[in-house]
Design a protein around this ligand. Sequence first.
Ligand code: URP
Ligand code: ZN
Ligand code: ZN
Length: 465
Amino acid sequence: MKTLLSGGTVVTATDLYRGDVLIEDEKIAAVAMPGGLTPEGGQIPVDRTIDASGKYIIPGGIDVHTHLDMPFGGTTSADDFESGTVAAAHGGTTSVVDFAIQYRGQTLRHALDTWTKKAEGKAAIDYGFHMIVTELTDSVEGEMDALVREGVTSFKLFMAYPGVFMLDDGSIFRALLRTRENGGTICMHAENGGVIDVLVKRALAEGKTAPKYHALTRPARAEGEATYRAIALAEMAGVPIYIVHLSAAEALEMVTEARDRGLPAYAETCPQYLFLSYDNYEEPDFSGAKYVMSPPLRPKETQDRLWRGLAGSDLQAVSTDHCPFCMKEQKELGRGDFSKIPNGAPGIETRMSLVFDGGVRTGKIGLNRFVELTSTSPAKIFGLFPRKGTVAPGSDADLVVFDPNKKQKLSAKTLHMKVDYNPYEGREVTGAAETVLSRGKVIVEKGRFVGKAGAGSFLKRSPRS
Ligand code: URP
Ligand code: ZN
Ligand code: ZN
């Protein structure tokens, strides 16, 4: 099966040129200047030609932070691997790396088997797993090595949620040391869980139960402190570290300081921290619950700091932390007690358009950087490059024909995520995925999903070299 994407502008993390892309089966076979693939002025024999004129041809988005079908806070995230990956595809994302969870007393193997069952036969795009480690015994350390060999090469640890997910510093340090040997990468949820726990209990005792107290009991400094500690522990262990869902200027300063010293400290932020702010918690009634996530939304001024971090090299990726809970029956669990509102928000479908509209169109980041932050850099950090994350011969034909002029009004009514609200409801964005290919197959065409649930494959990722 041969497909030609013709007449578009190819954008990678480093290049931007008018070009044609030839796909043979699942792979990119050739990339050439317009007409360069046409033999002797004749027609290249292809099964299908997709006209990309006036559009960008970019590598499919890679979202390395999703929570599909995840039990959390007494309920389960609203998108499973089918609805979540179909929504991702609509938004121009062709790979996700989701989080499997080891619950206390369980093995990593059990967690991986459980999450594999959730994804198999359902995922419409390729998927990999990080492993959340909540209890580190000697045998779990051994399992970490086995997982890395099997392509689950990253582990998320929590410095927050005491009694549920949180690990002590000693365990974190041991896990970091283990990744020095096995080539894995530690991803850190950096918030000081002990401090937050005290603040939450005090707030509730004072009758402060509204959603905004979720944010007011999770100070930016608690994120800054934990980010500093995480980086310091990684420095002592002599390994890289990746800070997930960085939201606070105080945390960014810690990453910047570490990187200025030449340390391999990496961090992602998420669209919600670039486009929403603490003010959203002040929305009337219980609406603030829509934005209850951890870390919480920060003051509006933080947004510019994060964009500057993305434009320079202090932040390396924009992922979503897609963890959707409906207002009805899910977020409502926390009416009268903000600490019972399930933490998380939807975003898997809107990431590419939001970052393009709010980043590229405003001049905050360039086109190449847009591709780098949403695809290439996560592919490199998480062992998927060059199979994923670029437009080059030999790479998987995960490609997006991206229309920079297409306007869209974001709304829960028209988006495909299975959640009854959207945090960006009514926001107009310009720039959207028009045609999406996953390993050579068209899966989204003119806004319609034409792929197949179950067509996505497990991504065996490479360890750090
Ligand atoms: O609020 C959030 N972020 N929910 C998902 C779990 C996590 O910590 O990433
Ligand atoms: Zn987290
Ligand atoms: Zn998360």
